[in-house]
Ligand binder design. Structure first.
Ligand code: PLP
Length: 427
């Protein structure tokens, strides 16, 4: 399996999964994609419900990883990665929830972060690898936990001041050791710009820099397993026909992994992108014009991305055809008020406590789902991570508060010169 740069003008040669993981970002700011989407065996697909979860994960990931990992290494990594439940639960009528928050940081990015950290540790040469990651909240927590204590990897996490929840901040700043959290006086897009500039900076080329954002193929691709394992659970209940999956989307890594899985042959009917006020893809699907915008802060802060990085991967997957994208993907957008209202409604009427991301996800599914379809929305984070919104929507719900006193972080302006100084101090 070879990986190519989505930016054709860069004329970068195709490389292995291993090299794409190490590089993170492709030349000229492009992203890596599989050169061809591998096709799953029809006979194997016909018996999908009979395969055990680890075999499903192995078959899918070995097709994507190729010979970059030995069979035994890949099996071991998958076993360590998928060590918690991913249940599909019936909510009402033809609506189900895939709960992705049973991992160590209570949000879906645990799977990608655990898979990637173990790949990097396998792939590195003797040098220390410096992982740089910009986060709007949950990536940072998942990467901090996924990489904590992994040998030869030093992690720097940049998060926007005042825009992550106390719980998320706790998870990024409480570990120490090889994990350094940096609070940037700016937005998520500022954090992302600092990281991108460091990757392009020739004066840092002696350091082995790597990313852990969803731009990295080793973070992005294992997320396809969520959809595969959800499909299996629906198959076991005979509800697999016309399966529609609604994905609360920010940087569009998770939904891209789902679309890739569909292209590999797993028969998911279509996808819905659930947007908050950061609605660049919603507007694209309405108009055919892609116009990224500045980030707007919302309660579903892990989706506060004005210019979604992975959108170019979706365009690449569909040969830049607007019509083809629209056949598989629709989008809906909701503001904070609607987000709180759906949280209240589902708690009162269906006894289900949503977090703000899941709330946007279920609304998009409700709006899109037809009576002859089965729907799943992804609950991407546990509600306890979003105290402010839960308190407003469901005041009767009791939650523990978070103590940040023993945590450590660096504070920094959104200024590349300062970030450069910091990086030079590392190695
Ligand atoms: C990261 C995240 C999202 C958005 O996922 P993308 O892959 O960036 O689209 C949604 N919800 C939660 C809780 C997240 O952490």
């Amino acid at each position: 399996m070879q990986y190519i740069n989505t930016k054709a003008s860069a004329q970068e040669a195709a490389i292995s999964f291993r090299q794409a993981t190490i590089n993170g970002l492709a030349a000229e700011g492009g992203l890596y994609m599989p050169a061809n989407i591998p096709q799953l065996d029809k006979e194997w697909l016909a018996h999908f419900a009979e395969h055990d979860d680890l075999d499903i994960a192995y078959t899918i990931m070995s097709a994507l990883v190729g010979d970059s990992l030995s069979a035994s290494a890949l099996r071991r990594i998958l076993q360590e990665t998928l060590s918690f439940d991913l249940p599909v639960i019936h909510v009402r009528d033809n609506i189900h929830v895939l709960e992705l928050f049973h991992g160590p940081t209570l949000a879906f990015k645990d799977v990608g972060a655990r898979f990637m950290s173990r790949c990097l540790s396998e792939f590195r040469s003797s040098d220390t690898v410096y992982v740089l990651v910009a986060t709007s909240g949950d990536t940072g927590s998942a990467v901090a936990h996924g990489f904590h204590g992994v040998a030869g990897v030093e992690v720097s996490i940049l998060f926007p001041k005042g825009m992550v929840s106390p719980f998320q901040q706790y998870q990024m700043t409480s570990l120490g050791d090889n994990i350094q959290a940096i609070e940037v006086d700016g937005t998520f897009d500022d954090c992302q710009a600092l990281v991108k500039q460091a990757f392009r900076d020739e004066s840092l080329s002696d350091m082995s820099l790597s990313s852990a954002n969803s731009i990295n193929v080793a973070r992005l691709l294992p997320q396809s397993l969520y959809y595969a394992l959800a499909y299996k659970q629906m198959l076991l209940q005979n509800k697999q026909d016309k399966l529609v999956i609604s994905v609360p989307s920010g940087n569009y890594g998770n939904i891209t992994a789902g679309l890739i899985l569909k292209h590999m042959g797993v028969p998911i009917h279509r996808f819905v992108a659930a947007n908050n006020a950061n609605d660049a893809v919603y507007r694209y699907l309405q108009s055919g014009q892609y116009a990224p915008q500045n980030t707007i802060a919302t309660y579903s802060n892990a989706m506060d991305v004005g210019a979604p990085n992975n959108f170019v991967r979706i365009q690449h997957l569909y040969d830049h055809s607007y019509e083809a994208i629209r056949r598989d993907l629709s989008a809906h957008r909701y503001d904070d008020q609607a987000t709180l209202e759906a949280m209240t409604r589902y708690y009162n009427e269906h006894d289900y406590l949503l977090d703000p991301h899941g709330s946007v996800g279920i609304m998009a599914l409700e709006a899109s789902l037809q009576p002859d379809e089965q729907g799943i929305f992804l609950a991407t984070a546990h509600p306890s991570k979003f105290e402010t919104a839960v308190k407003l929507a469901v005041p009767s719900f009791q939650m523990d508060s978070v103590d940040l006193t023993d945590c450590s972080k660096l504070e920094m302006a959104a200024d590349y010169a300062d970030f450069w100084e910091y990086l030079r101090g590392l190695g």
